[in-house]
Design a protein around this ligand. Structure first.
Ligand code: SF4
Length: 414
C-alpha cells in the first residue's frame, strides 16, 4: 500500500483535496464555456465518466456570465481557469464556482492577486496556483534568489528551470500567506515528464499544500498516455499528489478514464466497474481475441457496475495462472471458449457466442454478489485447465486432418 504524503486539506465544493481524502480526478471541458448547453453537456458527461472536479476556461466576460446558469445544471464542482485577466476570477467567484486557478506567469500584479485572494477568502473557496514551465517569466529582480536556488539544484538535470519554478512559486505564495490565505493547491506542470517528477518532488519537500499533478500538452492520446502516466505514476507511487489531471489532445473523457485507471492500479481509489485483463495473444491464438476484448470491454462498461475481475485468455498455456483471482474468466481454444466463474467451469461455447455467454455470466455473478450469495475475489475451486486437444478443440481438427491426409475435420465440441 502506498503511504501518501500528508498535506493540508482544502474543500472544493463537495470534494476534499489533500489530507486523507482520496486522490481526485479532474478534467477540463474542451468547448466554449459561453455555450451553456454544450458546456453543461460536457461537464455532465465527464462527471458521469468519474471526474470528481471539472475545470472550465473563462477567457471572456461572456464565459463568466454563463457560469451562473451552468452551475445550476451540474453537480460536480467547477474550477474557473483564469489567465491574464484577474477580473475573470472575480466574476467567476461571484458566479459561485468552487475553485479558481491562477497562473503566476500571467497574473502577477500584486494588487490584482490580492483582490482575487480576498474574494476567495470571503467565499471560502480555494485557489490553485499553477506554475507551468511554459508560462513562467524570469524576472530580473529575482536574480539573487535564482542564483541561490540554482546552486541548490546544481546537481539536478533541470537545475535552472527548477530554480525558476520554485522561486516563482515562493514569490507568489508569499502574497497569499501575507493575507492569511492557505486554501491553496499547487501545480507545477511541464511538457517534460522528468521535469514534472523533479518539480513536484522538490515542491512536496518545501510546501505542505496539496498538489495537483499533470503534464502540460501531453499530445495525442497515443503518446500522451505514456508521457503522462510515467511521471504521474512515479509521483503517486512515491506518495506525492492529491489530485490529477491527465491531458490529451482528444476527447477529455479519455483523461478521466485513464486517470481513474491509474489510481485503480496503484490502489489509490476503489475501482468502479469491472476490471478487464486480457492476454496479448501470440502464435497460439485460434480466435479473434482483439475484437473479442474490445467488445467485452465495451459491454462490461455498459452492464457491470461492481469491480468484477474478468480475464480473457487466448489459450490454456498461461490462462489458469493469469486468471488466478479472476471472478469470471474465459480460455479460448480452436474457435471456441470455456468460461469459468470463480474457478468453476460454467460454459463451453463456439467463438460467435463467447461475448454473449461471458457477459451473461458476468451479469449472473454480479446479481449473486448483490444478493449476498457470492463475494468478489473469492476462489471457490482451483481452475482445472481444459484439455486443449479435447474440449477446447485446439489441435483436434489439425491432428485429425493430418491423420486423414490433409482433409480438415469438423470440431466435435458442443
Ligand atoms: S494466453 Fe495463450 S494465446 Fe494468449 S499470449 Fe498466452 S500463450 Fe499466447
Amino acid at each position: 500500500m502506498i503511504k501518501r504524503r500528508k498535506t493540508r486539506q482544502v474543500r472544493v465544493g463537495n470534494v476534499l483535496i489533500g489530507g486523507d481524502a482520496p486522490v481526485a480526478v479532474q478534467s477540463m471541458t474542451s468547448g466554449y464555456t459561453h455555450d451553456i448547453d454544450g458546456c453543461v453537456r460536457e461537464i455532465n458527461k465527464l462527471a458521469a465518466a468519474g471526474a470528481d472536479i471539472v475545470r472550465v476556461a473563462v477567457p471572456e466576460r461572456k464565459d463568466t456570465e454563463a457560469l451562473k446558469e451552468i452551475l445550476k445544471q451540474v453537480t460536480v464542482p467547477i474550477v474557473a481557469d483564469v489567465h491574464f485577466h484577474f477580473q475573470r476570477a472575480l466574476e467567476a467567484v461571484e458566479a459561485g464556482v468552487q475553485k479558481i486557478r491562477l497562473n503566476p506567469g500571467n497574473i502577477n500584479d500584486r494588487s490584482q492577486v490580492e483582490k482575487v485572494i480576498d474574494a476567495c477568502k470571503e467565499r471560502g473557496i480555494p485557489i490553485r496556483v499553477g506554475v507551468n514551465e511554459g508560462s513562467i517569466v524570469e524576472r530580473k529582480d529575482k536574480q539573487r534568489r535564482l542564483k541561490e536556488l540554482g546552486a541548490v539544484f546544481s546537481d539536478n538535470r533541470h537545475g535552472h528551470l527548477l530554480a525558476i519554478m520554485i522561486s516563482k512559486l515562493e514569490e507568489y505564495l508569499d502574497i497569499f500567506y501575507e493575507r492569511n490565505f492557505y486554501d491553496i493547491v499547487i501545480s507545477a506542470k511541464s511538457i517534460d515528464p522528468l521535469l514534472v517528477i523533479d518539480a513536484y518532488t522538490e515542491i512536496s519537500r518545501r510546501f505542505d499544500h496539496p498538489l495537483h499533478l499533470g503534464v502540460t500538452h501531453a499530445g495525442p492520446k497515443e503518446t500522451g498516455t505514456i508521457r503522462s502516466v510515467v511521471p504521474l505514476g512515479t509521483l503517486l507511487a512515491n506518495g506525492i499528489g492529491d489530485t490529477i489531471r491527465i491531458s490529451y489532445a482528444n476527447d477529455p473523457i479519455y483523461e478521466v478514464q485513464d486517470g481513474l485507471e491509474l489510481l485503480y492500479v496503484l490502489g489509490l481509489r476503489d475501482r468502479r466497474g469491472a476490471e478487464l485483463i486480457a492476454c496479448p495473444t501470440c502464435g497460439r491464438i485460434q480466435v479473434d481475441l482483439f475484437t473479442l476484448v474490445q467488445q467485452v470491454n465495451t459491454k462490461l462498461k455498459e452492464h457491470i457496475t461492481l469491480p468484477i475481475k474478468v480475464a480473457v485468455m487466448g489459450c490454456v498455456v498461461n490462462g489458469p495462472g493469469e486468471c488466478e483471482g479472476a471472478d469470471v474468466a474465459i480460455f479460448a481454444g480452436d474457435k471456441r471458449g470455456i468460461i469459468y466463474v470463480q474457478g468453476q467451469k460454467v460454459a463451453n461455447v463456439p467463438e460467435e457466442k463467447i461475448l454473449d455467454a461471458l457477459l451473461e455470466q458476468c451479469r449472473l455473478f454480479q446479481d449473486k454478489v448483490n444478493r449476498g450469495e457470492a463475494r468478489l475475489g473469492e476462489k471457490l475451486v482451483d481452475i482445472i485447465p481444459p484439455d486443449p486437444i479435447g474440449e477446447l478443440g485446439s489441435g483436434y481438427a489439425k491432428i485429425a486432418a493430418e491423420k486423414a491426409g490433409g482433409a480438415s475435420l469438423p470440431i466435435l465440441n458442443s
